[in-house]
Design a protein around this ligand. Structure first.
Ligand SMILES: Cc1ncc(COP(=O)(O)O)c(C=O)c1O
Length: 390
């Protein structure tokens, strides 16, 4: 298994093309100061305002702020206990994702059932979902990895046929669209991460959105220990509240959402164009007809049979000042903590291939076109050093 740096944005200053960034606006600073002055720092009016702005932006009736994207996943899932789910029931998730997706299923008290992905899209292979459904399946949790929409029409049709809930893990897909509809509005609920690397961020945080009032109330209860009335607790809850300081950063960020999204999309489309000539060497993210990617990062997967390894190109780019991260892992076969599930290497060949041969680099709002040219030139120089032309 390839070793790679942990997910972190701490390395920013060392790199010409850093992986992540965070935008903290002057408005956010003012709101943070106000919250500190008034000593209203736990959940209060800024959290409520942030939720309203988020719900409006993502076109859902309800948005509930929580303390992380992982909690957003776990709490959305835990609402299913209100709808007849039992501990140990099954949730279908793609094998390839940031490990939080699988962890959240366990944290909610369910068991993840993994389905392989497609290396071209990085998303769940819909053709393999139905064979994974059992009597105990309660929901499908598709992940829109790298902001690229999963095939939601087909996923919703399967869910309807088998009476399953669909909870979108939209952690990385802020502003993405599928056939003209916003990602996060297609399933019964959707979970976003607001961690610093994402388009809308509160530094740490998460958001659940839904049109279903009862589900929204369940999430509100679950984030606060299962509370229903003043000091009456009816669910096995979490402590997953967002605070006013985080909400202040989030409010500031949401005001510049379009700007951030547009810059990231400009960067994505530019790099897609620049990578066209490397097509015989890499499978890199592409935007297909009918979709709009909400760019998280730019994925690059080595094709088979090359005369260089991923570690070589990653090390070379790193030396040139281009930061990167591994393209996650096949959770059931490459994450040691999941070994107890009994899967063996080779069970999820596509996810394993993406993880072994893939990495991703930043295309965020603080990266300019000159830096993307630098990336393309850096890749070309590396290929030349291997006697390859582009
Ligand atoms: C696909 C996916 N799901 C869940 C999460 C968890 O989010 P957080 O780090 O905010 O807990 C992430 C993190 O970015 C993610 O990429």
């Amino acid at each position: 298994m390839a070793t790679h740096k942990e997910q972190s944005i701490e390395t920013k200053t060392q790199y010409q093309v850093p992986f992540g960034t965070v935008s903290i606006t002057p408005e956010a600073r003012t709101l943070i100061d106000k919250a500190l002055e008034t000593k209203f720092v736990t959940r209060g009016k800024y959290v409520a305002e942030f939720e309203q702005l988020f719900a409006r932006l993502f076109k859902r009736k309800y948005a509930i702020a929580v303390s992380s994207g992982t909690d957003a996943d776990a709490l959305s899932l835990a609402t299913l206990y209100d709808y007849g789910a039992r501990r140990g029931d099954e949730i279908i998730v793609p094998a390839l994702s940031f490990v939080a997706t699988g962890n959240a299923v366990f944290q909610a008290g369910f068991n993840p059932v993994f389905v392989d992905v497609k290396r071209e899209t990085l998303n769940i292979d819909v053709d393999k979902i139905e064979v994974a459904i059992t009597q105990r399946t309660r929901a499908i949790m598709p992940v829109h990895l790298m902001g690229k929409p999963a095939d939601m029409d087909r996923i919703m049709a399967i869910a309807e046929k088998h009476k399953l809930y669909v909870i979108e893990d939209a952690a990385e897909a802020h502003g993405a669209e599928y056939k003209g509809r916003l990602i996060g509005t297609l399933g019964h609920m959707a979970a976003f991460s607001l961690y610093a690397a994402h388009i809308v961020t509160s530094i740490e945080g998460g958001m659940v959105i839904t049109d279903d009032k009862q589900m929204a109330e369940a999430v509100r209860s679950l984030r606060n220990h299962g509370i229903v009335n003043k000091f009456e607790f009816r669910r096995i809850g979490f402590s997953a509240k967002m605070n006013e300081i985080e909400a202040a950063v989030g409010i500031g960020n949401i005001r510049i959402f379009e700007e951030i999204l547009n810059t990231r999309r400009r960067n994505l489309l530019y790099l897609i164009e620049r990578f066209r000539k490397f097509d015989e060497y890499f499978i890199s993210v592409k935007e297909d007809e009918g979709e709009k990617i909400g760019p998280h990062a730019f994925s690059i997967i080595l094709r088979e049979g090359l005369n260089f390894t991923k570690d070589e190109i990653v090390a070379d780019l790193d030396r040139q000042g281009i930061d990167s991260r591994n393209l996650f892992y096949s959770m059931p076969t490459q994450c040691p903590s999941y070994a107890f599930l009994g899967h063996t290497l080779g069970d999820f060949p596509e996810a394993e291939y993406c993880a072994d041969q893939g990495f991703h680099i930043g295309i965020h709002q603080d990266i300019g076109l000159a830096q993307l040219d630098y990336v393309a030139e850096g890749v070309e120089a590396f290929l030349k050093s291997k006697g390859l032309s582009a």
